[in-house]
Design a protein around this ligand. Structure first.
Ligand code: DGY
Length: 425
């Protein structure tokens, strides 16, 4: 176990484009938001300056209203669709117009703590600047994506979840037309087997949404009114809560009392709202489709991510853990992102079933937080084993362990470094 550090370092170095890391060459040739947050935590295990840099370069894409976009197009590339010409946003450095899960606050705490421990020069000033960016982004989430103050934040595009083609979106996405103003010229299927990627019909809907929001001039209020896709989502909200707690912790450690209180208020609201999304009959949390008003019951990993930010009572934890064990039963690599053997489950197709190291990372943290160290440890070891057996693939087929999607993947390298740090000390 843990023999592959040099390969992980090599991948991060190979994907470095000058202070930021692309997820993998060609398939994803720009800086992606949540990828970079995980990557920063990977860097924090051996190069604190570079870890800060990753987050700093991401904030170069932050909009005036606080949103940190899901892609920052620092340099041109013709190997990816949709590029800046499709997004039609107006930030100085071209960016996409949507966001991604706010892992940033979690990463900042990890980097800050590593810097404190190492006595890194300028750490406080660098943390402070990034903290301000993170706080601005959390304010944006609550204002733009929860205008009714429910405590749950909504996504206006499946890509914002990071789990692009999850079965969680099947019903909500069916309400989005397949017509587009933009020609859909996919590049991803030139890099990776089409059977591992979203379908063409999904892409037409993804781009329909981009066209709709470009017409709104990317104004969050207009988008909220016009969108045919609006989901109050538990994976993103669970991450927001954990990141909010981490930012609150940083605020306290920097003596920023007012900011700490502001974050505590957000966290308290979200804590209650998330708990209300628990469904005892399903033994997991559910998102809500805000267009139809219905719960989203599709069985996906998102239902367990709230453990990351919540301290559940014993009965709830036991039920969630029993359900997670049921899904993992017989799998070569846990944790499947869709419950195995349901109709929508496709073990090789991107977010419709495969196991992802970064999802396991979030689940491991949630299980540890909720007093489940044995299950957390089993998942940690199995994630490391899968990577050592198959390499730093984008994700893994849970039934065979086969590495799938893009190869030489940055966040898989980061997850490997982070999850195996115990063995290295
Ligand atoms: C893609 O293009 O596949 C990305 O996941 C969108 O962010």
């Amino acid at each position: 176990m843990t023999k592959h550090f040099d390969e992980a370092y090599r991948i991060l170095a190979a994907n470095d484009r000058g202070g930021y890391t692309v997820p993998t060459d060609r398939l994803y040739p720009f800086q992606w938001n949540w990828d970079s947050a995980f990557v920063a935590m990977g860097f924090a295990t051996f190069d604190i300056d570079r870890a800060y840099r990753e987050l700093e370069r991401l904030t170069e894409g932050q909009w005036a209203d606080g949103m940190i976009p899901h892609i920052v197009f620092h340099q041109p590339s013709d190997t990816y669709f949709p590029g800046p010409d499709v997004w039609r946003t107006s930030h100085t450095i071209p960016t996409s117009g949507i966001t991604q899960p706010p892992v940033f606050g979690m990463a900042l705490r990890a980097v800050h703590e590593a810097a404190e421990k190492a006595g890194t020069e300028n750490a406080k000033a660098r943390t402070l600047a990034l903290f301000q960016a993170g706080l601005k982004w959390h304010r944006w989430w609550y204002k733009a994506r929860d205008p009714d103050g429910t405590g749950l934040v909504a996504l206006l595009h499946p890509w914002e979840s990071g789990s692009d083609n999850s079965p969680a979106w099947d019903i909500a996405l069916a309400g989005v037309p397949t017509t587009t103003d933009t020609a859909v010229v996919r590049k991803d299927t030139g890099h990776v087997d089409a059977a591992m990627r979203p379908r063409d019909e999904d892409y037409r809907r993804f781009i329909h949404l981009v066209d709709t929001y470009a017409v709104c001039g990317w104004d969050p209020v207009k988008q909220w009114e016009k969108t045919p896709f609006k989901v109050a989502e538990v994976q993103t909200t669970g991450i927001l809560l954990k990141a909010g707690e981490d930012l609150e912790h940083i605020a306290k450690s920097l003596g920023l009392e007012a900011e700490a209180q502001e974050l505590a208020n957000y966290n308290d609201l979200t804590h209650k709202a998330l708990l209300a999304q628990w469904r005892p009959e399903l033994s997991r949390f559910v998102s809500r489709d805000l267009i139809s008003g219905e719960d989203i019951e599709a069985p996906t990993q998102a239902g367990f991510i709230p453990l990351l930010g919540l301290d559940l009572g014993g009965g709830m934890v036991a039920a969630a853990v029993a359900e997670m064990k049921l899904w993992s039963n017989g799998m070569k690599v846990a944790f499947p992102t869709t419950k195995p053997f349901v109709e929508s489950w496709e073990p090789k197709r991107y977010w419709r079933g495969p196991s992802w190291a970064i999802i396991n990372w979030l689940l491991i943290d949630g299980l540890n937080r909720n007093g489940q160290p044995d299950m957390a440890e089993a998942l940690r070891v199995s994630t490391i084993d899968a990577i050592e057996a198959e390499g730093f693939a984008e994700y893994f087929d849970p039934t065979t362990g086969e590495g799938c999607g893009g190869l030489g993947f940055s966040w898989t390298a980061a997850a490997y470094l982070w999850l195996s740090r115990k063995e290295r000390t």
